[in-house]
Design a protein around this ligand. Sequence first.
Ligand code: EPU
Length: 428
Amino acid sequence: MSHFRIKGGKPLSGEINVAGSKNTALAILSSVILGDGVTMLHNVPNLSDVRVKANLLEKFGAKVTWREGSMIIDSTDIQQGEADEDAVRKIRTSFYLLGPLLARTKEVRIPAPGGCQIGARPVDFHVKGLVRLGAEVYLEGGIYHARCDRLKGAEIYLDFPSAGATQHLMATATLAEGHTIIYNAAIEPEVTYLADFLNQMGARVEGAGTSTVTIHGREALTPTQYSIPSDRLQAGTFLIAGAMTRGNVTVRGVLPEQQAALISKMREAGVEFTEENDAITVHAGERLNSIKVKTMPYPGFPTDVQQPMAALLTTALGTSVIEETIYESRIGHVQQLNRMGADIAVEGRCAIINGVEELQGASVVASDLRAGAALCVAGLAATGETTVKGIHFIDRGYEDIEGAFRALGADFERVVEDGAKEEQGSET
Ligand code: EPU
């Protein structure tokens, strides 16, 4: 297996462009099959999760080709298929294919998505929503079976504003007969982007980006071209890395309003920012102050930058508290940061971070995607050398992260071990 070798302690400086959004690409890849024909997606991040999703589409009859940064998906011959259980377990969004496949093929069998180290992540909202839309859905031997002749619009209330359930049900309802209303919908930007994509295909989705989404079902959708917007979570990671190394970093291709929660909490800790229309520059000179952070659905503080944020606060003055309210066990970074000299205790869903003067390089292991990002950020700021193992998790969400940090002046390299065969981690 490969690993990252980071020689830390150097302030990052320079400019970086953010790649296409992983979570938007994954949601859209579930929905392309709603149309019958050729869809062209631009600015698609070349990430392992995206490649796994493309392979899954092929199992159901799609033809997928890459042309530079674009992906061409021909969904003319979508048919019932057998999805490989291992592939389905690798990415949670494989499950979001269920509704769109059902709308196209009337009967679907798909293995249940697996568990992962950040929480239980059930799919009950998805299943209940599909049943409300008239599908018969049952789980047998670890396989979800779904059947329906024609889906019918319905009112659906989500017990929690789940991004994935909102996306899945919104996309599925575009081909249902009649109107669907999703109450307590997620308002994450990735939901709005998916609605834009669906509307470009001829769907009628209204209210995406608010907590009530209305979908007027159509008989058919037409494939389109779409450019994947930039990844706000990756942007957040770069901003934190700039601050943690006491650097001066401009992140381009980012919408400042999507970073409002992160920026205001980092400002509270003493980080300074300059904002332009589509760029943010982070400056951090002095030692930061401790703060309290609580993760919330958008526009609250994103759970996906909670772990890098914890890395940042390890060297703040005083005691910081991060409360994780979305996932019950997104704490894989804590033990590893402590190996680097951090002082973090976990109490229930809170990480209590007693600030230390500095982190020291160490050998650490990523246990999930954002824990891996946190370890990279910590390694960039730590004195000495850090080795980050388990980097297949990081490759799921950051394309060429070593190149990105090197462009900012970091001493950061991927060491490919002889005969290395990258293993796939659990889902994001
Ligand atoms: N939930 C349920 N039942 C469901 C669905 C969700 O109880 O049927 C719960 C989850 O267990 C969790 C909460 O609802 O406690 C929120 O989960 P949500 O459905 O919003 O998350 P998701 O759609 O599975 C996406 C992103 C995650 C991101 C979350 C929250 C993708 C592929 N994943 O997951 O991204 O953390 O939304 O914003 O879009 C990552 O990129 O590192 C990542 C994990």
